[in-house]
Design a protein around this ligand. Structure first.
Ligand SMILES: NC(=O)C1=CN([C@@H]2O[C@H](COP(=O)(O)OP(=O)(O)OC[C@H]3O[C@@H](n4cnc5c(N)ncnc54)[C@H](OP(=O)(O)O)[C@@H]3O)[C@@H](O)[C@H]2O)C=CC1
Ligand SMILES: O=C(CO)COP(=O)(O)O
Ligand SMILES: [Zn+2]
Length: 346
C-alpha cells in the first residue's frame, strides 16, 4: 500500500509568527509543544514564535545543529521524555528535516515554519539526513501545517531565494533520470508526480525576472513552487521527482568541498551539467539561473574546479540504487571535465 499524506493547512502571508498558536488550536494539536530552531533561526524568528506560544501552551525548546542522525535522536528523546504532543520547526532545510524525522519516529505531528525559501523540503514527506558518509533520504511524514511568513523569509540574503530556484530547477533532470530508471530498471514511475514536479520547475523559470527582484511577490512565487515540488515527492512516495544525478553531484560536493555552497546552489549547477548529459537545453537552464542571480559555475559556488570534476566522477556511487544518467559506472575524469568545461561550469 502507498499512503499519500499532505499538510492540512498551508498559510502563506505576512506576519504569521503569532499564527502558530491559532493553527495548533484549529488542528487540536495538544498542550505540550517543542519548538526547534538553529542558532541563527532562533534569533530570526524562533524566539518570537516560542514567546508567543508561551501564552497558550506548555512550551519547550531545543537548538538543532544540522541535519544529522544524532540530532534526530536527541529531538526524538526529548519528545518522548517530556511527552511532547507536537513540534514546530523554525528554520532552513536542515532543521525542518530533523523535525520531520524525529516527530515521525515519535509519532507526533509537526508544523513547518520555514525561515528561507532555499529548498523544497518545506512540505515534503521525506527527510535528508546525514549519518555515516553521504546524506540519505529517509521516509517520514509531511508537516501537518506549513506556515510561510514572507516577511521572515525575505530577511534571508538573496542567495537563499536563488538557491530555492536551483533546487526546483533540478526537477527537470530529476524527472529525466526517473523516466530513464523506469525504462531501464523497471522502477515505479508516477506520471502525476512527474508532471507536478516539472510544472514547479517551469513556473520558476517563467517567473525568473520577478524572482530576481527578491521582493515579497518573488518570495511567494518561489515558496509556492517549493511546496508543490514537495507535494510531488509525497505523491511519488520518494524524493525521485526532485532528486536525480544533479542531487548526487551536490551530495558529493558536500562530502568533498571544504566549504560547500547552499544545497540549492549546488543542485542548480548540477542541473546544467546533467541537462547537457541528457542532451536537453542546458543553456536555457543556465540562463534562468543567471537571471535569478544563482551561481552557474565553480567560481560563483566558491568551489575549486578540481573538486567539481571529482564530485562528478564519484556522484554515481553516492546512492547506487538511484539509477540516473550517470549509469552504474559514472563519468570518467575526462568526460567529467569535458562536460563541466562545455557548460562553462569550470
Ligand atoms: N527533505 C527534503 O525533501 C529536502 C531536504 N533538503 C535539505 O535541506 C538542507 C538545505 O537547506 P537550506 O535551507 O539550504 O540550508 P540549512 O537549513 O542548512 O541552513 C543554512 C544556513 O542558513 C541559516 N538560515 C536559515 N534561515 C535564515 C535566514 N532567514 N537568514 C539567514 N540565514 C538563515 C541557517 O541557520 P541555523 O544555523 O540557525 O540553522 C544555516 O546556518 C540540506 O540538508 C538538504 O539536503 C533540501 C531539499 C529537499
Ligand atoms: O533535496 C531533495 C529534493 O530537492 C531530496 O533530497 P535527497 O537528494 O536527499 O533525496
Ligand atoms: Zn534538493
Amino acid at each position: 500500500m502507498h499512503l499519500i499524506e499532505f499538510p492540512r493547512e498551508v498559510l502563506l502571508g505576512e506576519n504569521l509568527k503569532s499564527e502558530v498558536k491559532n493553527v495548533a488550536r484549529r488542528l487540536n494539536l495538544g498542550e505540550r509543544v517543542l519548538v526547534l530552531y538553529g542558532p541563527k533561526t532562533k534569533e530570526i524568528a524562533g524566539k518570537e514564535v516560542e514567546l508567543d506560544l508561551k501564552d497558550a501552551f506548555d512550551v519547550h525548546s531545543l537548538t538543532v545543529w544540522g541535519p544529522y542522525m544524532k540530532e534526530v535522536e536527541k529531538v526524538e528523546k526529548k519528545i518522548l521524555d517530556l511527552a511532547i504532543e507536537w513540534v514546530v520547526a523554525v528554520g532552513g532545510g536542515s532543521i525542518i528535516d530533523v523535525a520531520k524525522l524525529a516527530s515521525f519516529r515519535a509519532n507526533v505531528p509537526f508544523v513547518s515554519f520555514p525561515t528561507t525559501a532555499s529548498h523544497d523540503g518545506i512540505a515534503s514527506a521525506n527527510a535528508s539526513i546525514k549519518d555515516l558518509g553521504a546524506k540519505t533520504s529517509v521516509k517520514a511524514r509531511p508537516p501537518i501545517a506549513v506556515i510561510a511568513d514572507v516577511r521572515v523569509i525575505k530577511t534571508a540574503p538573496h542567495r537563499y531565494l536563488a538557491a530555492g530556484v536551483g533546487d526546483v530547477i533540478s526537477n527537470i533532470t530529476a524527472v529525466r533520470d526517473w523516466k530513464l530508471a523506469h525504462k531501464i530498471k523497471g522502477e515505479y514511475f508516477s506520471e502525476y508526480a512527474a508532471a507536478l514536479s516539472l510544472m514547479s520547475a517551469k513556473m520558476v523559470m517563467k517567473n525568473a525576472d520577478v524572482i530576481r527582484l527578491g521582493n515579497e511577490d518573488a518570495v511567494r512565487k518561489v515558496v509556492k513552487a517549493l511546496i508543490s515540488s514537495g507535494v510531488a515527492m509525497s505523491i511519488a512516495g520518494s524524493s525521485r521527482p526532485a532528486s536525480g544525478a544533479e542531487h548526487l553531484f551536490s551530495h558529493a560536493l558536500d562530502m568533498l568541498a571544504s566549504k560547500p555552497a547552499l544545497h540549492g546552489e549546488q543542485t542548480g549547477v548540477g542541473t546544467i551539467i546533467m541537462a547537457y548529459l541528457h542532451g536537453i537545453n542546458w543553456r536555457k537552464i543556465r540562463e534562468a539561473l543567471k537571471r535569478v542571480g544563482a551561481p552557474t559555475n565553480a567560481y560563483e559556488l566558491g568551489i575549486d574546479p578540481e573538486i567539481i570534476v571529482e564530485a562528478l566522477t564519484i556522484a554515481h556511487t553516492i546512492r547506487p540504487e538511484r539509477y540516473t544518467i550517470l549509469g552504474r559506472d559514472g563519468l570518467t575524469k575526462e568526460a567529467a571535465r569535458r562536460a563541466a568545461e562545455i557548460t562553462g561550469v569550470i
